[in-house]
Each structure stands twice: as C-alpha cells, then as structure tokens.
Write a protein that binds this ligand. Structure first.
Ligand code: GFB
Length: 314
C-alpha cells in the first residue's frame, strides 16, 4: 500500500474506522474512500457490488460492524449476528470478485473461548466454548476470519485478520446502556461528580480483568500490518497487560476527579473473567502500543467533555 493507493475505510465514522482514517490522512494517503451507512448499506449485496464496480478500491480496512457492550450483545443477539455476517460476506466476496489488492478484517478479543488459557494466543481461537453473552457476535466475527482464510486458500486473495483487545478513545459510544465499560464509567463518574452524587454504580463484581488499547494505537497497528503482514492466521493487537474492573474504576475516579463511593451492582453480568492477549506475534514484528491507560483515558475524557450531548435543562 502506498500514498496514492485507493483505500476504502469501511465504517469510517465508528471508533475504529475514524481512527484508521485519521491515521491514513495524517500519513498523507491521498486517495481515501468512505461512505456513511446512509450512503451505502453494507448489508445489501447489490449496493456493495455496485459500489465496488464504480469505485474500484485497492485496499480495504473492514472496520464496519455492529458492536456493543455486554448488555447490548445480550439484548439484541439476532441483530448482532445478522448484520455482522451480512457485512462481512458482502464486502469480502466483492473484494475478491473486484480484484482488491488486500483487505484487513477486524476481529475482537471477545471471540476467543471464555476460558482460553491466559494470555490468549491466536491458536486458541475455536478451542473451547464461547462467552454466552456475546456468542452471536463472536460466531459472526469468527465467520469473518474463516471467510478471509477460505478466500485466501481457494482464490489466492490477500485478506488478513486482526484481533484487537478492548478499545477506547474518541468517537466511542458513551451511551450508559449500550456502551463498553471504559466510556460508560467515564460518563457515569462525570455525571455523578457534576450532580454531587455520594456514590456511583459499577456493573458486576469488579473482579473481571480487561486489557485496554487506545484506538489510535490500534489504527497504527492496522496500517503497520496492512503494509507488512500477509497470511490467514489472525494477529492479536493489545498492550500485553490488564486491570480489574475495580482498578479501572479507581483510575476513572482519578481522571474525572470523583471522590464518592463506588458501589458494585452484582445483578449485572461479569462476562468473561479475563481476556488478556498474548501480543508476542506482533511485538516480534516490531510493533508496540504507545499510549499508557491513564493518559489515554484522560485524553478520551477531554474528547468526551468537548463532544458530549449537551443536557438540555427540563
Ligand atoms: O466492556 P464490556 O461491556 O464488554 O464489559 P466485555 C466489561 C466488564 O465491565 C464486564 C463490567 O465485566 C462488565 O460487567 N462493567 C462494569 C461494565 N460497569 C460497566 C458498565 O457500566 N458498562 C459496561 N458495558 N460494562 C465485550 C463484548 O465484552 O467486549 C463485545 O461483549 C466486544 O462483543 C467487546 O467485543 C470488545 O469486555 O465484557
């Protein structure tokens, strides 16, 4: 991939897609292609085929997906599997038929088995039962990885898959119910401090452990791999260390400046106890994440304050 390659970033308005677009623009890539979901419905095969025929992208970052936190996955299982399968099948098949040079597919650390050995290596995929709260999403994402592998084997395509850990950063979803834990707690602690609430609730027991990668680091790793890696084995992208949800809540409290009590709501699910990635494969290629958690969280909080929906007084 070079600076005048025609690069399509699918899902450019989302957390991952917007970071990849920022990274490519910053590096001087001059022929970038984007479409909003209103302009192009990636779940519609005919629309996708017409788009590929007109625009002829050469490289594709497939960051478009239906994503959400543990409750969203629990509440809308059919949407998560249907939309993600449709997007993957349409884009990967069209990429082959229209002779795309290379495609990078985004998997996720939550598609590894619920009790995979920790830290999880790429070969642990499909070696055990999945976490029930997001199994539909996980099966769809595993299908995407298998689509890339099968097209590479049968058609000689160059479609690679990456497995990012839990992500955070600008353009994340901060909705209290459907978001992931880090943005959800940033917003909840912020509102608790603004309203002078004596305590703030964190879901679950606080004991699950999670690894957090800033999305700008992920974008950098995706461009790094698009330029240097070919193969059908997925590549983990993470920071190589994790924190408990309770420890995360402490850091959120420090960043937001909230000093009230943290209460754990054990009626909410914990999900997978731990999902730390083994990042040996990627670090062996010479890439490491650059953003420490507290610094990344502080910059994300600043972004949230500048972009949060202004609360209209009743
Ligand atoms: O971030 P999260 O929703 O996703 O939950 P997963 C992580 C942990 O944070 C769980 C706890 O143990 C939650 O119980 N948690 C505490 C909270 N407070 C909150 C809160 O206010 N909101 C949320 N959302 N969690 C997701 C998958 O699993 O990982 C997705 O469901 C996706 O498919 C994502 O792949 C990367 O890390 O448990």
């Amino acid at each position: 991939m070079n600076l005048d390659s025609r690069v399509y970033v699918a899902g450019h308005r989302g957390l991952v897609g917007s970071a990849i677009l920022r990274r490519l623009q910053g590096a001087g890539y001059g022929d970038l292609l984007t479409r909003t979901s209103g302009e192009l419905d990636l779940t519609d095969a005919r629309e996708v085929d017409a788009f590929f025929g007109e625009e002829r992208p050469e490289y594709i970052f497939l960051a478009a997906a239906k994503v959400g936190g543990i409750l969203a996955n629990n509440d809308y299982p059919a949407d998560f599997i249907r939309e993600n399968l449709a997007i993957e099948l349409n884009v990967i098949d069209a990429a082959h038929r229209w002779g795309v040079e290379k495609l990078l597919f985004l998997g996720s650390s939550c598609i590894y088995p619920k009790f995979a050995p920790q830290p999880m290596r790429e070969e642990h995929l499909l070696t055990g039962e999945l976490e029930p709260t997001n199994r539909p999403y996980a099966v769809a994402k595993i299908a995407g990885i298998e689509l890339c592998r099968a097209y590479n084997a049968q058609h000689g395509t160059d479609f690679v898959s990456v497995m990012p850990t839990n992500l955070y950063g600008p353009n994340d979803n901060f909705d209290p119910e459907t978001s992931h834990v880090l943005p959800a707690l940033l917003r909840r602690f912020h509102e608790a401090r603004e309203r002078g609430e004596p305590s703030v609730t964190v879901w679950g027991t606080g004991s699950p452990r999670r690894e957090f990668l800033h999305v700008d680091d992920l974008a950098d790793a995706c461009v790094f791999l698009m330029e240097r890696y070919s193969g059908s084995e997925p590549v983990n992208i993470g920071v190589g260390e994790d924190v408990s949800i309770a420890e995360l809540a402490e850091v959120v409290g420090e960043v937001v400046g909230y000093e009230g009590e943290v209460v754990f709501d054990t009626s909410k699910p914990d999900g997978t106890p731990r999902k730390l990635l083994d990042v040996g494969k990627l670090s062996g290629m010479g890439w490491r994440a650059a953003t420490p958690l507290k610094a990344g969280m502080a910059s994300t909080y600043k972004w949230f304050l500048a972009n949060r929906p202004v609360e209209t007084p009743e």
